[in-house]
Each structure stands twice: as structure tokens, then as C-alpha cells.
Write a new protein. Structure first.
Length: 254
């Protein structure tokens, strides 16, 4: 399911809990709504509310840290492409074919991870397929350095291609969701229970209903934020392709 669908379902469940609480108020016997009962329920809901706040804060923080880490990986990967191209250029004109191949591979990766159409779905298996940096590595291995500078350039280029190959598989692994869904389901259940208690004791007027509606919408929005940050290469909030685009503009230069 998409982030929007899950968030809408979460909103319906949370706000529905408040509506259900209002309905239970008409059904429950009077002694269930006594002041003593209210005090016990309020304490129980305060405990659940604290747990829900901690878990929701943890989810948002973890998702943001994961997003930042993946964004940093993209920037670092783009920098490695430019560094490899500059290293090959320093070797000499013999590396022109390898540099052209490097640019082609970068263009293919850009289209795989950031499709031109927003309707295209990123499939992790697709990123794992296709040509990697290995053909460039083979071209570098075939080089016959004549000077100390060329020996250094060849060694450095091979080291960088190894880093790029590792980064490719890291991106491949990161396209899958890291969110633990039972964690999210339990959180939504807690929120439904809390809003059910709100509806059970809250007065029935437009102001209260509007406040509960906005609160439920805000909580659903935070869940949407967690889901979007968990999938950084797709959706409304995603890692920018600008670092790789800038790198492409520098590849193949003199």
C-alpha cells in the first residue's frame, strides 16, 4: 500500500475511535461514567499516550536519520563518479573508452533510480540488474602503465570502482522498506484507544469535534511522514537527483 492509503486508513481508524467513544457514551450504564471511573480511565490513557508519543517520536527520528543517511550516500556516490573520471583523465588518453562507458552507466543508473515519469515505480530487482561498474574495472585492468603517475592512477581508479560497486548494492538494499509494520499497527491501535477515551468523555459540540478531527489528521500526517521518509527514492519526499546530475555534467571533461 502507498503512504497516502496507509495514512488515510490511519486517520479513519483514529477519528473513528473518537466517534465510537461518543456512541459508547449513550450505551454504557451511568456508573461506568462516574467520576471515579473517569479518574482511572484518564490515568490509563495518560500512560498509553506517553507510550504512543515515545514510539511516534522514535519512528519519525529513525526515519529522518535513515533518509539523511541515504541522501548522503547519493552525494558520496556522485562525488566518487567525478573522482574516478578525473583519475582516469589524469592517466591519459588511453582511458577515453572507459570514461565514456562510465558516463553511460551513470545515465542508466539515473533513469533507474529517478524515472522521468512520476508514475513509474522503482523496483529494487531492476536496480540490481543491468551493467554495473565491472566493465569499467576490466578496462582499467587492461591498462599498461608506463610511468609512476600512471601506476598510481590505475591503482586509485581500481579502488574507487570498488567503492562504487559497493555503493550500488547498498542502494539496491535500501530500496526496500525498513519499517516494522507490527510496530506501526500497535501505534495506531494505541491512538484509536486514546481517541476513544476522548470521545467517551468529551462534550458533543462542533468545537470539540473539529479539534479531534484536526488532531487525528495531524497524527495521520506524522505517519505519512514516517512512511515517506522510509522510501527515499519514491513518493513526495525523496532524495534529490541533483548531485548525480551535477556529476554527469562534469564527466568526460578535459
Amino acid at each position: 500500500m502507498t503512504s497516502v492509503v496507509v495514512s488515510v486508513l490511519a486517520f479513519v481508524c483514529i477519528f473513528g475511535g473518537a466517534v465510537l467513544g461518543m456512541r459508547l457514551r449513550d450505551i454504557l450504564p451511568e456508573h461506568h461514567l462516574s467520576s471515579d471511573s473517569k479518574d482511572v480511565i484518564k490515568v490509563a490513557m495518560a500512560m498509553i499516550g506517553t507510550l504512543a508519543a515515545l514510539v511516534l517520536g522514535l519512528l519519525v527520528s529513525t526515519a529522518k536519520n535513515t533518509f539523511d543517511s541515504k541522501e548522503a550516500d547519493v552525494v558520496e556516490g556522485a562525488a566518487r563518479l567525478v573522482l574516478l573520471d578525473r583519475t582516469l583523465a589524469a592517466y591519459g588518453t588511453e582511458t577515453k573508452e572507459a570514461r565514456d562507458m562510465l558516463r553511460q552507466i551513470a545515465v542508466v543508473r539515473l533513469k533507474q533510480i529517478w524515472p522521468e515519469s512520476s508514475d513509474d515505480v522503482i523496483v529494487s530487482a531492476q536496480i540490481g540488474k543491468g551493467t554495473g561498474i565491472e566493465p569499467v574495472q576490466r578496462k582499467i585492468l587492461d591498462l599498461s602503465p608506463q610511468t609512476d603517475a600512471q601506476h598510481w592512477a590505475k591503482s586509485a581508479a581500481l579502488q574507487i570502482t570498488g567503492d562504487i560497486a559497493a555503493a550500488r548494492w547498498l542502494i539496491f538494499e535500501q530500496t526496500s522498506s525498513l519499517l516494522q509494520w507490527p510496530f506501526l499497527v500497535i501505534l495506531i491501535f494505541w491512538l484509536v484507544v486514546i481517541f476513544g477515551s476522548f470521545g467517551l468523555f468529551a462534550p458533543r459540540n462542533a468545537s470539540v469535534i473539529a479539534a479531534l478531527f484536526v488532531a487525528a489528521l495531524s497524527l495521520a500526517g506524522s505517519i505519512y511522514l514516517v512512511l515517506e521518509l522510509d522510501q527515499p527514492y519514491d513518493g513526495l519526499i525523496k532524495v534529490s537527483a541533483d548531485p548525480l546530475l551535477m556529476a554527469l555534467g562534469r564527466l568526460g571533461g578535459p
